[in-house]
Structures are given as structure tokens and as C-alpha cells.
Design a protein around this ligand. Structure first.
Ligand code: ADP
Length: 350
């Protein structure tokens, strides 16, 4: 019973059945049951004992309904895998990595790090990468929860799901919880018609969980959104997501660095000039730039294979030229202006 916290009645029934099956399989493997028989005689079944190890075996297959989607990852993203954004990296190091790594200094000095960190900015600028890097570099586990999934997969159980996420994180501590697209589960309370009851309850649960973890803790809550303006303002109050970081589209310098990260293991032709490429990719996000490199590499690979070249052909300027044509920037100058405006408003609001 202790091991099955979070299992529903149906889950427990399935677990018992699976454990019995495990015991049966074991008995068959040991030759205690004649596998040629269509029906296993009752007296043999009566002698079958379902042990603790059978339950343990069954737990590998039967997971509690609510926890099924909460996957604990050991992330592998390092600061060096993120091109550019040096100021943001440094800030995250100080406010999350340090409190986790050097908890004792913070305790001793009575310094309180922020409780939750909200990253906002357009899609594809590396918000998820930042959260993963924070976890990797502080030696923490990582739980990513996508807002829309939480709503759709746990219909009617969404608050329970939030509770479980936090419980799991405490069990896996030190741990970084990352709520992606948090606006979908935490829009301003009462602002949405129809299902607002669900999101209201989720916001309340999220706030309660965040209030419940002390500041000097080894569970860090991070979240990302591209719509900070529609978030419930209660989330931004002290003790909740009290640090808001704007991740803008990459500027020229960041684009050079991102291109460097993604071409690190690629054989480039002598005619490839990453600075030049960066100049021509205004409006491209990190994700777009990664796609351009991938596309250029595929074009070179196709050529190599088609020509049955003995050695792989390097990825050259013409491949990048073609890749740029195929992959347009995902942000227009108007989008970028809109994000800058939003950043100003959010800064004023907190
Ligand atoms: P977001 O969470 O902001 O939508 P992601 O972190 O999921 O964006 O980024 C998507 C992909 O784009 C990453 O896996 C990575 O390949 C690439 N990428 C985005 N930003 C960067 C960056 N600054 N440096 C290197 N790669 C990046």
C-alpha cells in the first residue's frame, strides 16, 4: 500500500492482475506448470503464490494514472549548448544554480533566492533549453510539464496532476519543474468562459504548491510563456514567479553564436561565413537557425549520396543559400516590436 501512492482503484486492480500474471510466468518458466495444457488445473493455481517481487515486476508495467505523464528526465543541456544570451545565463546561474549548489552559503547569509522564474519570449528562442541547462548544471533532475497536455490528458483531474507533479519533484529533488506554455493553465482567474473553473482550480493549486515550498529548497519552479499579458497576476506576486526574464529573438551576436553551436560537429566548406549568415538572418529564432543548418547539411548529404562521392562533401555556402530560401524567419519585424512592447509592459507591471 505504501508503494502505490497515487494509484487509483482501477490501477490497483490492474496491478494485482499483472502481479498474478508475473507469478504465473515465473511458475511456467520454472517448469512448475505444464505449458502444453490449455487450462491450468485449479489445484495448481491454488498453490501459486504471488510474492512481493511479482508486485514489483508488475509495477514496471502498471503506473498510476495520474503519474503516467510525469517523466523525470536527467537533462544533458550545458550552458555551452546555448548560443548567445550571456546576461541571461549569468542571471540564471546566480538565481537558480547557485542556491541549489551552494545552499549552505545562502542559508548562512540569509539570502533568499527567487522562488519561481518565468521566462517569456517568442517560441523557439531557447526557453526550454535554459530550463534544461539550469537543471544539468546544478546536477538536478528535470520534469517538463506542457500546459495544454496537462489540461487535455488529465481532464477532471488537473489539480491532482499539479499536486502529483510537485510531489514527484520533491521525491526526485534536487529537481527543476518546468511548466511550458503556462498561460494555458494559468490565465487570469475568471477571465475565460466555459472551462474557466478548471483553470481557476489549477491556478489555485499551483499557487498553493508554490507557497508550500520554502525559498531555500531544492525544488525550483520555472515556467515559460509567449503571452505573459494574459497570465493570472497572482502568479507574479512575491513568493511566486518573482523573477521574470524576457528572452528576446537573438540579436546579431547571438545568431553568430547559435550558428556556431549548431555547426560545431559539421564539416563546413571554406566559403561558409557564419558572421555573414548571421547578418542575413534577422527574425530567425534559435530554432529557425538550427533548422537552416540541418537543411543545409541534408542538401550536402543528398549531393554526396547522389554523386556517390568517396568522401562526404562539406556543407558549403550554396547549401546555406538554398536552405535560407526554404526556411523563412518565423518572426516578422512587427512580431519583434510586439514582443518588445510586451516586455516593457511586463517590466512596468512587476
Ligand atoms: P522555446 O522553449 O523558447 O520554444 P526551445 O528551447 O524549445 O525554444 O528551442 C528549440 C530548439 O531551437 C532547441 O532545441 C535548439 O536546437 C534551438 N535553439 C533555440 N535557441 C537556441 C540557442 N540560443 N542556442 C542554441 N540552440 C537554440
Amino acid at each position: 500500500a505504501e508503494m502505490t501512492h497515487g494509484y487509483t482503484g482501477a490501477d490497483l486492480a490492474a496491478l494485482a492482475k499483472e502481479a498474478a500474471m508475473a507469478a504465473l510466468r515465473k511458475a511456467m518458466n520454472r517448469g512448475m506448470i505444464n505449458v502444453e495444457l490449455d487450462v491450468i488445473p485449479q489445484e495448481v493455481l491454488n498453490k501459486l503464490k504471488v510474492g512481493m517481487s511479482d508486485f514489483q515486476e508488475a509495477m514496471k508495467y502498471v503506473h498510476p494514472t495520474v503519474l503516467r505523464e510525469v517523466i523525470i528526465e536527467v537533462p544533458e543541456v550545458r550552458w555551452d549548448d546555448i548560443g548567445g544570451y550571456e546576461t541571461i545565463k549569468q542571471e540564471l546561474r546566480e538565481i537558480v544554480e547557485w542556491p541549489m549548489k551552494y545552499k549552505h552559503y545562502f542559508d548562512e547569509l540569509g539570502v533568499e533566492p527567487p522562488k519561481g522564474i518565468l521566462l517569456f519570449g517568442p517560441p523557439g528562442v531557447g526557453k526550454t533549453l535554459f530550463a534544461k541547462a539550469v537543471a544539468t548544471e546544478s546536477g538536478a533532475n528535470f520534469i517538463a510539464v506542457r500546459g495544454p497536455e496537462l489540461l487535455s490528458k488529465w481532464v477532471g483531474e488537473s489539480e491532482k496532476a499539479i499536486r502529483e507533479v510537485f510531489k514527484r519533484a520533491r521525491m526526485a529533488a534536487p529537481c527543476v519543474i518546468f511548466f511550458d506554455e503556462i498561460d494555458s493553465i494559468a490565465p487570469a482567474r475568471g477571465s475565460r468562459l466555459g472551462d474557466s473553473g478548471v483553470t481557476d482550480r489549477m491556478v489555485n493549486q499551483l499557487l498553493a504548491e508554490m507557497d508550500g515550498i520554502g525559498t531555500l529548497k531544492n525544488v525550483v519552479v520555472m515556467a515559460a510563456t509567449n503571452r505573459p499579458d494574459i497570465l493570472d497576476p497572482a502568479l507574479l506576486r512575491p513568493g511566486r514567479f518573482d523573477r521574470v526574464i524576457y528572452v528576446p529573438p537573438p540579436d546579431l551576436k547571438a545568431r553568430v553564436e547559435i550558428l556556431k553551436v549548431h555547426t560545431k560537429r559539421i564539416k563546413l566548406g571554406d566559403d561558409v561565413n557564419l558572421e555573414e549568415l548571421a547578418k542575413r538572418t534577422e527574425g530567425y529564432t534559435g530554432a529557425d537557425l538550427a533548422a537552416v543548418v540541418r537543411e543545409a547539411a541534408m542538401l550536402a548529404l543528398r549531393e554526396t549520396i547522389k554523386e556517390r562521392s568517396v568522401k562526404a562533401k562539406p556543407v558549403s555556402a550554396k547549401h546555406f543559400e538554398e536552405a535560407l530560401k526554404r526556411i523563412p524567419p518565423s518572426l516578422t519585424p512587427e512580431d519583434i516590436r510586439r514582443y518588445e512592447e510586451m516586455a516593457k509592459r511586463v517590466r512596468r507591471a512587476i
